[in-house]
Design a protein around this ligand. Sequence first.
Ligand SMILES: Cc1cc2nc3c(=O)[nH]c(=O)nc-3n(C[C@H](O)[C@H](O)[C@H](O)COP(=O)(O)OP(=O)(O)OC[C@H]3O[C@@H](n4cnc5c(N)ncnc54)[C@H](O)[C@@H]3O)c2cc1C
Ligand code: SF4
Length: 461
Amino acid sequence: MNVLEKVPVREQDAAVRATNFEEVCLGYNKEEAMEEAARCIGCKNAACVKGCPVSIDIPGFIGQVKEGNIEEAYKIINEASSLPAVCGRVCPQESQCEGKCIRGLKGDPISIGKLERFVADWAFENDVHPEPPKEKNGKKVAVIGSGPAGVTCAGDLAKLGYDVTVFEALHELGGVLVYGIPEFRLPKERVVRKEIENVKRLGVKFETNVVVGKSVTIDQLMEDEGFEAVFIGSGAGLPKFMGIPGENANGVFSANEYLTRSNLMKAFREESRTPIMQARKVAVVGGGNVAMDAARTALRLGAEVHIVYRRSEAELPARVEEVHHAKEEGIIFDLLTNPVEILSDENGWVSGIKCIKMELGEPDASGRRRPVEVPGSEFIIDVDAVIMSLGTSPNPLISSTTEGLEVNKWKCIIAEEDNGKTTKEGVYAGGDAVTGAATVILAMGAGRAGAKGIHEFLSNK
Ligand SMILES: Cc1cc2nc3c(=O)[nH]c(=O)nc-3n(C[C@H](O)[C@H](O)[C@H](O)COP(=O)(O)OP(=O)(O)OC[C@H]3O[C@@H](n4cnc5c(N)ncnc54)[C@H](O)[C@@H]3O)c2cc1C
Ligand code: SF4
């Protein structure tokens, strides 16, 4: 065994997976996981743990994998994380735990994410679940939203004995994990649903189809329904558009709509009652993870797909692994290119996208070089659908219906980082609703902080 190199993980072949919605990465088996775990040197002041927003005892769980004690490894992870099978698949480990791993100074860092995924999947297969709390304290807490922030907060509070109800606007639980991230990266039945089942086992109740701010307000939950505290984890689901001419043509989608149709409404299945447009050639505007997901979904639905991004490859905000997978599958990258107009035919359907070439100028406030237009370089890409993937912001429904809950200029709820405390007593918040679109693990970290804040508040009440 070469300790400097990680044990490779098996994947579906690019040519095959480009035509199906099965999971791309196949994960480690037990032998591979134990071999990879054996590379970890079990550092005392482990740098990897400092890079983990929910502070999993990484050397602790990897040490157990090394010995083949997978159940023990699962218990260690579960103390800090309610969603290990999700995180092991979609967390940007390269910039978090693995980015800090000491092994990475000379060689490959330990594949912490793949090991976490292996342990969580093993637990599913072997019917190992988190233990429900022994005692309840009878105090009622409401959680709004069943994404990673809400589910983590609910799980942590349930472990402390609280009587927790999660209110979810949609008919399915999981937030972006079910409606945003595609099946080929995060299986819904096999992974997300099972993680949520584990949170239910802790005693958490879930109510779907409840739009807080419309069906019921936060004030009503607290004043009329006996909830002593509320955690808001309502995410950032409102898509942004460019504001260019032609953007309201038929065949222009937000990435959110496109992915929701495919993931939640199963539009990729032939028998789906909510079919999606069968595009021939698609332009996806943007360069983040969401853009990669939309592009790879459109490809699987049979289209030729172009990513149109105004900066260069070095500035692509998507994870390197996602860009690599997208390229392998045949996505075409039109970099340093910016749309200026969407063209349509006489019936109002998209017939092309007019773009302009860009070059990189001086660095802007984000530290990245600012893209500037090259005069006279306009050209047209022939497409029949355009997917806008330019980011999202929080929906103002909750803030506009809750007295005393303050938001900033981007409509993000103002909350303290350490404990999720908002400007309204008894109301806590975290995840994308506070930070704007971010990551699963940051939302989970905020859910943990919110649970801690609520526990302190209700313990001293
Ligand atoms: C396509 C896509 C791909 C992504 N890929 C990755 C990735 O690979 N890795 C990664 O780390 N992150 C990724 N992210 C980001 C990550 O998914 C989010 O940062 C994370 O899900 C935020 O969690 P959250 O709990 O704050 O919000 P969400 O997951 O958005 O959950 C919020 C929930 O609240 C519900 N809700 C909203 N308003 C109300 C209301 N008024 N009443 C009741 N319920 C309400 C929503 O329906 C939703 O279920 C991706 C995001 C998208 C869109
Ligand atoms: S830093 Fe790397 S080698 Fe050290 S404990 Fe963490 S995973 Fe193991």
